[in-house]
Structure formats: C-alpha cells, structure tokens
Design a protein around this ligand. Sequence first.
Ligand code: PGA
Length: 253
Amino acid sequence: MARIPLIAGNWKLNKTATEAYKLVAEMIPGLRMVKGVEKLVCPPFTALMAVSRLIKDTDIRLGAQDMYWEDKGAFTGEISAPMLAEFCQYVILGHSERRAYFGETNETVNRKVNAALAHGLIPLICVGENLEENETGQAAGVVSHQVHEALTGLDIQGASRIVIAYEPVWAIGTGRAATAEAVNTLIRNVIRSTVNGLFGEAVAHSVRILYGGSVNPDNAAQFFRQSEIDGALVGGASLNHRSFIEIVEAAQV
Ligand code: PGA
C-alpha cells in the first residue's frame, strides 16, 4: 500500500496561543483544498488547546514538540503523554535542538517513544548527523545508531505506527538543504534498512520517513519526487500560512 505523504510544521519556540490561532485560521482554507496529503501542525504546548478547537472539523492533525516519559508525578514543568493525548495525535521526539540544548539522548528518546505509543500518540522521531559527522563520513553510522536506539523495545505493531524524520543538523535553519538524491539514498540504505533489520520488510516498507532541514516552497517538490521521501518536517517555512500551504500542495500526488 502506498504511503500517504505527511507535511508537518514544527513551530519551535514561536507563536503565542493568540498568534497560533490566527496562523492556523489563515491556513485552513488553503489546506482544505489539498487532498491525499496528511497535514500536521506542531505549535508550542500553550497553543495546543486553542488550535485543537479550531481544527476540530478539519483534516489537520495536531502534534506537540516534546513530552516526558512518565505519566504523572513530581516532575515540575513537564508534560506527559496522557496530557497530550487529549488534544494531539502526534508528538515530535528527539529533535536535534532538544538533543543539542536540553540533554536529550538516544535513551531518553527511546523512553519517550515507548510512552507515546502506550498512550496512542504517534511519535515523529527525529534523527540526523551533525556537520562534523557528515564531513567525516559518519552520517550512516550515526543515523543508523539513532534509529536503532530510538526503536528499542517496540513491538511490530508499535513500530508500524511511528514516523521518522531525517534531519541533517547542518541543514536545519541554515537555508542549506541537503540534496534530494542524497537524502533518498540515506533513507533507503540506512533508515529503511535499519527498520527492516529490526522489524522486517513489511514495517520498513510502510513506515513513513520525512526529510527536514530548510524545506521551502521552492525546493519542496524535488524531495517529494523521490521514492523514499514521504513528506517533510518544516520549521521556518511553516510559520507563514502561504509557504506552508505551498509545501503541502507540492506533496499532492
Ligand atoms: P527548518 O527546521 O525548516 O527551519 O530548517 C526544520 C526542523 O528543525 O524541523
């Protein structure tokens, strides 16, 4: 069965609840016209409730940008999977900014992936090598290790629900996207093959794998033409309704 393209907007630390409401309201008419593409917005925690009410009768999905692995308890400042599951279908986990600035490790990503699945959330798991790793030929090793560690302990049913985003760190927010061909090759030879080794061919074939890193309306289509790239995780260009809609349109098959 063909994989349905997914375009996810990662808003990062941008937009108050009021601003988020306005931005999504601007997106709705354009996104409504596009069929056959799954659309996902991931605003900050504080905007989730407002946005969830706004998109209630649309096909736009909602995701958070992180969560903690415990359900509840004395963990001041954290948000758990059951809290998110009231509003969200997705949660981004292991984004490189969380790995770089907030101490996220492959082990904590794995705990979060398991917790998300246990509460019916779809984890959108981010992996990707940094510039030095890229330049020293370590991309394949780093990414395969990240995928392997993130998926430890999952059963086939859980593994078939995840989404992976390949985001080379050097391409994020730099305006310097990776080439579509290189991304396609890495996804096929490293990410799908790692998933295949862990869970078999059927899961490897059905899992959606996105590209992320400086995706914009001008370069999006070249990624979506590739056989292994099932959509995009979009940062900067998801903060403007026109550019986000154009990227979603480019994914329409
Ligand atoms: P960017 O961010 O599109 O602004 O490069 C992508 C991401 O970090 O998910």
